[in-house]
Design a binder for this molecule. Sequence first.
Ligand SMILES: Cc1ncc(COP(=O)(O)O)c(C=O)c1O
Length: 390
Amino acid sequence: MAQPHSARSRAIEPFHVMALLARANELQAAGHDVIHLEIGEPDFTTAAPIVAAGQAALAAGHTRYTAARGLPQLREAIAGFYGQRYGVDLDPERVLITPGGSGALLLASSLLVDPGKHWLLADPGYPCNRHFLRLVEGGAQLVPVGPEVNYQLTADLVERHWDKDTVGALVASPANPTGTVLERDELASLSKATRERHGHLVVDEIYHGLTYGMEAPSVLEVDDEAFVLNSFSKYFGMTGWRLGWLVAPPSAVADLEKLAQNLYISAPSMAQHAALACFEAQTLAILEERRAEFARRRDYLLPALRELGFGIAVEPQGAFYLYADISAFGGDAFAFCRHFLETEHLAFTPGLDFGRHQAGHHVRFAYTQSLPRLEEAVQRLARGLKSWQG
Ligand SMILES: Cc1ncc(COP(=O)(O)O)c(C=O)c1O
């Protein structure tokens, strides 16, 4: 008999929503009109100037590897963007272009985590974080968080949960699945708490740009030593191009470059050329229109869900998710999701996909559908609640 697959691969959980997605696709194939509120990517296709730049790059033969750290002109454009958006003077030498934010997470966890060492992570949170840590034989210390701390790690929680094997904390702002944002002073306290313990602060800023009525501060405004994960997937609408970046302190760059060379050689070349168009005024204007559309959707869906009895204790300021407590209706979140899929052809994600803390009575709605579709979804929710027997 063949050897079993590695313990690390067995320890990594699948997305639980995939079972629901498979069923949703079956229903759709049978001719049903399924509304997808489970998908964590913008419904808009990539903005035309970016697509045109990608096509031009292909025509010009930019089909080969780039330097492991990425195209110098893209790293400069990103550094320039930090100047414009955050007033941060960033040396392009500190920017590494990666295959998605996922590639940045792979680099950061490979660089910073030895076997048996841990990062503190908020629960609920993005599930892949703990799986990346497992992949490098480290681990996640999941810290339960709720509305009282805006679903975010705080300096106090870092202090209370830090132990001899903790080497860092990873926070996301805006966060998935809750959409909450860390203020500048909160980032500064987290930075102080991790530094006092000689640990690393890693901040996932992948949903930056998708905040409503406010701008999320970058940790680089208060901590030059922090590691920042970012991506072209969400605000820039390029999920399928697989492009992101990591900002690291100067002392880390050479080792990160070595890891990048070995793990993936370079991020996709044509995607990097396309992304150069992201920072042009005409592209940013399109992206800002899309941001305004997401804001309108949130402003519709948040009160509509609350009115139906979903508990959303803090107003999410960013990303495109609403994380809702279904306790008022009784029953288990997975069964609740299944009920709506079967009876109303409405798909959303059970809390189990984001951790363990109160996961059984939370669900996540992604407002990655047009307003008329969201209105239809709310009608289906109202109807489905009548037949739900929690
Ligand atoms: C919080 C968070 N971090 C990272 C990612 C990875 O995204 P990508 O690799 O497309 O940049 C996602 C994707 O959903 C996410 O939600």
